[in-house]
Ligand binder design. Sequence first.
Ligand SMILES: [Zn+2]
Length: 473
Amino acid sequence: MIILHDNENNKAVKLNLVDTHTHLGKEEVVGGKGKDFRIIRPKDHLDFYEKLKYDIHKRMTSYSEDYAFTPPEDPKKLNKTATKLQEIIFKEKRTTQNIGWLADKIVTFPLHDILSSKTDPRFVKSNNYILTRAQTFEYGSRLVPFCRVDPTDGEKAIEEIKRCIDYGARGLKLHPLSEKWIKDIVTDNVISVVKTAADYKLPVIFDCQNYKTAQDIHQVVMEVKSQTISEDFTVIIGHFGFDYQTPGMFELLQHPNIKTETSGMRGDDCEVFYKNCINNVEDWHYSTMYGSDHSYFSVPQASDHLTYLVSNKAKDLGINFEHIRYVLGINALRILKIYWPTKVIKRKGISDSKVTWSDFDKILKCKNQQQLADVVSELSSISGVYFNTDSLFDPSGENVYEELFILNIFADIINLRRSFVVQQINENKTKVSEVTKLMDFASEITRILEESEDTYPFTQQYLFDYLLHQKPK
Ligand SMILES: [Zn+2]
């Protein structure tokens, strides 16, 4: 979360930051000295966000007259954890991961991985790597795992998507160029893969390097739209096709099921892109999301983009604080599938659970965030236990509650999954309630909805919609 001071309104402001495009894994790259490898680990993304924080702070303080916002004097205070629970746990128990809090959530998916061709269908091992990293105590609350498939694997690719959903995949990545199906985008294989993702509420991000590919993606979207039961699915045109001038690109953004992300944009591209967005797209700020494509791109590009958005230049163009909020966080938070794995991949450190169902009851008794952090950490000291937090929106779906989130906590055997709503009532008082009963009693939902519950600022209908659809009606 980014903390800034709004100069015009003279108040502190917070911005949720969701990176919609990063990679993990190992891929071969051709360098000057022949064969080499690109290796990206989860920690690299946290390091990247830590460096980015200092770079942004330096730019904004060195040329403060260029900015509509002011960073805190101390660069360390430019970012903050999204929840108090993260703050306590990472300060006390996970100190080496206590960095990079500029980003609240980091969407991540496989590279053109060396493991991808080792299985049939492709990417099974690469997907497992991503899915297991998201199932760790260290990274679970920040990494958002997307799976990747090669649609030319046909029915097997579809089975792989469904398998990954069981293990917690929250989106799908497709890369027509590197997998060499760039000429076959509008085909039954691709349409079936995207339709499967849409049916299961997974947003789909396509790598896209030009307008021609973007047009093909648009055709796929139209086909899927006519076939899927899920009306509000999302397809993301990666990098906005690196094309910030072609009017047709901006026409595509008018489509309610198409969004884009901005990775790779740098320098003056940012202004050109946003100027064209504002001139060509109605409610443009709902269709554009921030992405970094780390580590293909790194601090210079991300810093260009983020500092542009908070500059006077952007403000003069008509970009206001609300627009920035949507682009940096709200749009992405609204489309990500809720984290709901039903299985855990066996990995090192996973043995039969020593945590019992009743151990989790301790969470319900927590009266403040410190107690909650202690219990979560205590459970985590038992091998294979991890947690994840999901933001909740207010009923309009336009604001993230500051002190309200879903805590998903898992033991090494997935039937020990339990989920809680954590509400900060005041500085010292926290209320924790179990949410899974809403899912367990789905068949009795009408009765549950008739119970009046004034304790939470949202209705049970809202929470149910959140769990099922990830955004309120
Ligand atoms: Zn990429």
